[in-house]
Design a binder for this molecule. Structure first.
Ligand SMILES: [Zn+2]
Ligand SMILES: [Zn+2]
Length: 274
């Protein structure tokens, strides 16, 4: 398969290391025809990316990746072609922003009570104006010399059962899909291979999910094949993307490492309300 579109990337608007414009430039250099910007719970980077895309001649697909929870399983819902000014998505973004901040503050408090000299200002500075999250806390832990990678910051201090962990406010996957649909977008399931409770997938399709991310760097060849076939059987669009963050960690993927054909972009647009 020729990779013409990378429909899953993160920027400084959430926890990516590159600005939206830089990501568009990288996509162009990689020879892509289209780039999807899917920051966590925010569309703050899509306007800048679209403007840069117009300048250099590459299609920018405005998107979002919503973090949702089903039981003990985290489920990421992707949305494309939403109207960032729609009430549903605006309200959702506000809600996520304040709950992320509350959570990050509570985690910093726990870590500081634990004896680590960390402050919320340090975390906010790492986020550089974007939405604060655990990666930024992990980066501060790295700066302080407490851990040697973002991954070990998560593993030792920021996941369930560790000293800094605070659970998230829960958004259900159904709510996530509803928000995207109400905002005129097309909704789907991100990296299904990473979902622990896959029994939920049929109900998400029934709720209005119309694509599934078959091509993701964390999917094995067999998983990609399985979900591409699954999409075909269920009349879903099979999407793909790199999930590139460009964090200074060895887990990071690069743009266009995974993706799909340009036709997928046209199909997504056709299924959105635009
Ligand atoms: Zn994800
Ligand atoms: Zn992602």
């Amino acid at each position: 398969m020729i990779i013409e579109a990378d429909l899953h990337t993160h920027t400084t608007a959430s926890d990516g290391a590159k600005t939206p414009s830089e990501m568009v430039d990288l996509a162009f250099e990689a020879g892509l025809k289209a780039l999807g910007i899917t920051d966590h719970d925010t569309m703050a980077g899509t306007a800048e990316a679209a403007a840069r895309g117009e300048e250099i001649g590459i299609i920018v697909v405005p998107g979002i990746e919503l973090s949702t929870t089903f039981g003990k399983s985290e489920i990421h819902i992707l949305g494309y072609y939403l109207d960032p000014e729609a009430d549903a998505i605006k309200t959702h973004m506000e809600r996520c922003k304040s709950s992320r901040e509350r959570r990050a503050k509570a985690m910093v408090k726990k870590l500081s009570d634990y004896g680590i000299p960390i402050t919320y200002d340090m975390v906010e500075e790492k986020a550089g104006g974007g939405s604060v999250g655990r990666p930024h806390i992990a980066m501060v832990l790295m700066d302080l010399g407490i851990v040697d990678s973002v991954g070990s910051g998560f593993g030792k201090y920021l996941t369930e059962g560790t000293p800094g962990f605070v659970p998230k406010d829960i958004v259900t996957p159904e709510e996530g899909i509803d928000v995207i649909l109400k905002s005129g977008g097309v909704a789907g399931i991100a990296h299904p291979g990473k979902i622990k409770s896959r029994e939920i997938i049929p109900s998400l399709i029934a709720r209005g999910a119309s694509f599934i991310e078959a091509f993701h760097p964390d999917h094995s060849r067999a998983a990609r094949k399985f979900y591409a076939r699954f999409a075909e059987k269920r009349h879903l669009i099979a999407t793909g993307g790199s999930d590139a963050h460009y964090l200074s960690d060895n887990h990071t993927t690069t743009i266009a490492e995974c993706g799909c054909a340009i036709d997928v972009v046209y199909e997504l647009k056709a299924r959105s309300a635009k």
